[in-house]
Design a protein around this ligand. Structure first.
Ligand code: UTP
Length: 275
């Protein structure tokens, strides 16, 4: 497994006006854009072929993962050069490719759009970079999932327990616990009403998907909000017993919402900022 898909085509309306002409994924948590945290997590997991599904107005993401000659020239040999270390390491560790999702038809559709980049040879990771995950210097969430994939060879979703009055913001799983924190998924429901949710185990923005997901997605009709939902496609795999849910180690911040973004900023500043 070498590939990781980043669906980054969404509008980020919850951050308007900041996201009017700037991609949400480029908003910084302290001094690093959100998407770089996600890419670093993928590379740590050995997923070095990074594939972005972008949209209009997202060119800054492509530029971020390329060399900026003027900037390099300007600060070469000065004390400021070290500020570029983290992004230089990322650029030197991976390959970066992009394709565009022309219409925002949902996460499932964005993943299907990425088929041209990730191909069908092997399973691939999916990271939604607006979910920032931290595991205090230990294995990142994607690395934990890759280890499990090697054992089970089926799709895996990362889950966490959420307060029961918040389940309506997530996809929620029903499953049988095999080992502590590891479930075989029987079914999944997208954003269930609070009083109808079958559990409080919510799916966050980390997936490993087997390539048969593409045929299923092609066949999946638009669901909630007229969008093609990855949850509907995963439900089909789950019916064949081919989806695991994993209660990951670490913390997740919902940086797609303003309160989660502020919480992540404070956390990273306190624990990781060292310049
Ligand atoms: P969200 O719905 O949380 O992100 O999608 P958004 O649309 O950017 O944000 P708001 O709700 O308007 O504030 C989850 C992830 O899926 C991607 C988004 O970029 C985000 O990373 N996505 C969603 C796509 O790439 N394409 C889509 O059609 C929908």
């Amino acid at each position: 497994m070498k590939k990781c898909l980043f669906p980054v085509a969404g509008y980020g309306t919850r951050f308007l006006p900041a996201t009017k002409s700037m991609p949400k994924e480029m908003l910084p948590i302290v001094n690093k854009p959100l998407v770089q945290y996600g890419v670093e997590e993928a590379i740590q997991a050995g997923l070095t072929d990074i594939a972005f599904v972008t949209g209009r107005g997202k060119r800054a993401i492509a530029d971020h993962f390329d060399i900026s000659y003027e900037l390099e020239h300007q600060i070469a040999g000065t004390s400021k050069e070290s500020y570029l270390d983290s992004i230089r390491n990322v650029i030197n560790s991976g390959t970066f490719s992009m394709t565009r999702q022309r219409e925002m038809k949902g996460l499932g559709h964005a993943i299907l759009t990425g088929e041209v980049l990730v191909g069908r040879e092997d399973a691939f990771g999916v990271i939604l970079s607006d979910d920032l995950c931290q595991n205090n210097g230990g294995d990142g969430v994607m690395q934990q999932m890759v280890k499990l994939y090697k054992q089970f060879r089926c799709s895996i979703v990362a889950v966490m327990e959420v307060p029961s009055d918040e389940v309506d913001k997530y996809g929620v799983i029903v499953g049988t616990e095999l080992n502590k924190g590891l479930f075989r998924v029987e079914s999944m429901v997208e954003k269930p009403p609070v009083d109808e949710a079958p559990s409080n185990l919510a799916v966050i923005g980390r997936y490993i998907l087997t390539p048969d997901i593409f045929d299923i997605l092609r066949d999946t009709k638009p669901g909630k909000n007229g969008e093609i939902q990855i949850t509907d496609a995963l439900n089909r795999q789950a019916a064949d017993g081919c989806v695991m849910a994993y209660k990951f180690k670490g913390r997740r911040f919902d940086c797609g919402s303003v309160p989660g973004f502020v919480e992540a900023t404070n956390f990273v500043f306190e624990h990781f900022y060292d310049q």
